[in-house]
Design a protein around this ligand. Structure first.
Ligand code: NAG
Ligand code: NAG
Ligand code: NAG
Ligand code: NAG
Ligand code: NAG
Ligand code: NAG
Ligand code: NAG
Ligand code: NAG
Ligand code: NAG
Ligand code: NAG
Ligand code: NAG
Ligand code: NAG
Length: 436
């Protein structure tokens, strides 16, 4: 007996890239005395593994055995013979071991080992008995790969054929979509050998992933998941604002791009152009919301958002943002500021001129009055009465005039800052001056 542990130990050797399975079919020759049989162990094995061709019901006390390749006893096809010791024949590959009980071990079987094997047993009466077996090799299946005849099909338009490859004989195929067996759909059709799957009028729901499996009696292998990149027109998004009319520098405004689409990216447009993000603007991580805080008058205008997938894109209708703001001297335009300054200076100059004029008139009138008094001392009460007004309080009139003028000038200044100044204010000053 050889080494019983040998075959089983050798079976642990890792399989090669292309492994082939072996099965042995036995053909019976009419039994004479005992029924010699040949059994393959294991019944199905892959290339690279070890196979035993077990000889059963061997006659008692045989004189010897001989194993031949093929179905005939042909010395040129002798693998090995055993009489007292083993003798190698011309067909010995270096991988065969013939045991004293007639069993043949073939190690590390290859595709070339496919074929028939014939055992010749020489009985003690010099009669011979033979049995022929057939090694049928099935390939070990490589990992299949799914291919599509259209890598970017359009939804509702294209029909896609998925193929599980490479093609190998005597191989069965199975498919899964989304990790489940194929659903009952009129849009799905398997070829007779199940190697190709046709998806009619693809929809975005047919994206997958798809997995195919190839199997034969000795091996099973699954493909990597395959995803169909179905293109579709995306629906138009809508744009919402937390408030479309906002006051400058007051609080944030939040613009939200509303879409039901998944697997899309979002872009923003301002006045029809790609939005340039200012520091006061922030986008959410998925770009679906735009926050402007604080709002500037420069942010007023039309906003749009655009959703796009690999095949299509769609822009929302424009949304107008209105920004209200207060006019302040620093912030008002150069022209109006200059105008206001000019008017104020003009008013001040007018006041100074009027003051000088009033003073001059006052001096003249007081001088004239004193002259008159000098000439007509203690004259008529009418004169005194008429003069009394100016005589009694010349300083007061002066004061009233000045305060009145100052007040008007102040008022003008205030009006000029808050609203556009009107020349009527200036006229008012002059009319008051004329009154005096
Ligand atoms: C013949 O001997 C080998 C090696 O000892 C053993 O593995 C095999 O099972 C034997 N054959 C039979 C039919 O018992
Ligand atoms: C051996 O032969 C007997 C008688 O023909 C048969 O019943 C038996 O099944 C055979 N054994 C094997 C392993 O073939
Ligand atoms: C088995 O055979 C292959 C060639 O068919 C060879 O490359 C490999 O080294 C062999 N393995 C062993 C363990 O002998
Ligand atoms: C893929 O195959 C289907 C079915 O034969 C066919 O209708 C379709 O036009 C093919 N697509 C391409 C891109 O060839
Ligand atoms: C496939 O199986 C048939 C019988 O089922 C066989 O005749 C043929 O040789 C096999 N082909 C391969 C490559 O194994
Ligand atoms: C697919 O199903 C298997 C079991 O059937 C499970 O182990 C695996 O996690 C599933 N994969 C996915 C992506 O759902
Ligand atoms: C699939 O549909 C066919 C015919 O419409 C039906 O006979 C069959 O039972 C269905 N199979 C499943 C799994 O629903
Ligand atoms: C695919 O779409 C075409 C045109 O819309 C229709 O005529 C055909 O019946 C559809 N096929 C299937 C399997 O739904
Ligand atoms: C995709 O599946 C969803 C959910 O089942 C369904 O609501 C939708 O109409 C499907 N879309 C298409 C284009 O078939
Ligand atoms: C998006 O799809 C629609 C409908 O198929 C098409 O009319 C439009 O031209 C597409 N737009 C782009 C940008 O591809
Ligand atoms: C929008 O903002 C304005 C100014 O702050 C405010 O008066 C108005 O109530 C706001 N409208 C809404 C709907 O919040
Ligand atoms: C958000 O938009 C920016 C540019 O506008 C782009 O670079 C980025 O990829 C977008 N992110 C997402 C998640 O769409």
């Amino acid at each position: 007996m050889g080494t019983p542990s040998g075959p089983s130990r050798r079976r642990c050797i890792p399989w090669n890239r292309l492994l082939l399975a072996v099965s042995l079919l036995t053909f019976w020759t009419p039994p004479t005395t005992a029924q010699l049989t040949i059994e393959t162990v294991p019944p199905l094995a892959a290339e690279g593994s070890d196979v035993l061709l077990l000889a059963h019901n061997v006659t008692k006390n045989p004189l010897g055995y001989a194993w031949y390749r093929g179905e005939r006893v042909d010395n040129s096809q002798l693998i090995a013979s055993y009489r007292v010791a083993t003798t190698k024949g011309p067909a010995h590959s270096g991988r065969e071991t013939l045991y004293p009980n007639g069993t043949l071990l073939i190690q590390n079987v290859t595709q070339k080992d496919t074929g028939s094997y014939t055992l010749l047993v020489t009985k003690d009466d010099l009669q011979t008995e033979r049995q022929t077996g057939h090694l049928h090799i099935l390939p070990m299946l490589p990992r299949p790969v799914i291919t599509s005849n259209n890598s970017n099909p359009w939804e509702h338009q294209d029909t896609v054929v998925l193929t599980c490859g490479p093609e190998t004989q005597n191989t069965s195929y199975m498919w899964w979509i989304n990790n489940q067996s194929l659903p009952n759909s009129t849009r799905l059709e398997l070829s007779e050998d199940k190697r190709t799957l046709t998806v009619f009028n693809v929809t975005r729901n047919d994206t997958g992933p798809y997995v195919c499996e190839a199997w034969n009696p000795v091996s099973v292998s699954r493909s990597d998941p395959f995803t169909l990149n179905v293109l579709y027109p995306v629906a138009q998004p809508s744009l919402q604002a937390s408030n479309t009319t906002v006051i400058e520098h007051e609080g944030p405004v939040v613009l939200t791009c509303l879409t039901d689409e998944t697997g899309i990216s979002i872009r923003w447009f301002f006045k029809g152009r790609s939005l340039l993000l200012a520091q006061r603007m922030t986008l959410s991580s998925d770009n679906s919301t735009l926050t402007i805080d604080p709002v500037s008058r420069q942010d007023a205008g039309d906003y749009q958002c655009e959703v796009s997938n690999r095949g299509n894109s769609s822009r929302s209708d424009p949304l107008s943002l209105h920004v209200k703001y207060k006019l302040t001297p620093e912030s008002s335009s150069d022209l109006s500021a200059g105008a206001i300054v000019g008017i104020v200076i003009g008013a001040m100059a007018g006041v100074a001129l009027i003051g000088a004029l009033v003073y001059f008139v006052y001096v003249i009138s007081t001088r004239g009055a004193s002259d008159q008094r000098d000439l007509t001392e203690h004259k008529s009460s009418d004169h005194n009465h008429s003069q009394g007004h100016s005589d009694s309080s010349p300083e007061k009139v002066d004061e009233v005039e000045y305060s009145s003028l100052n007040f008007n000038a102040q008022e003008l200044k205030n009006k000029a800052t808050s609203a556009s100044p009107s020349p009527t204010n200036t006229e008012t000053i002059y009319s008051e001056v004329k009154k005096q």
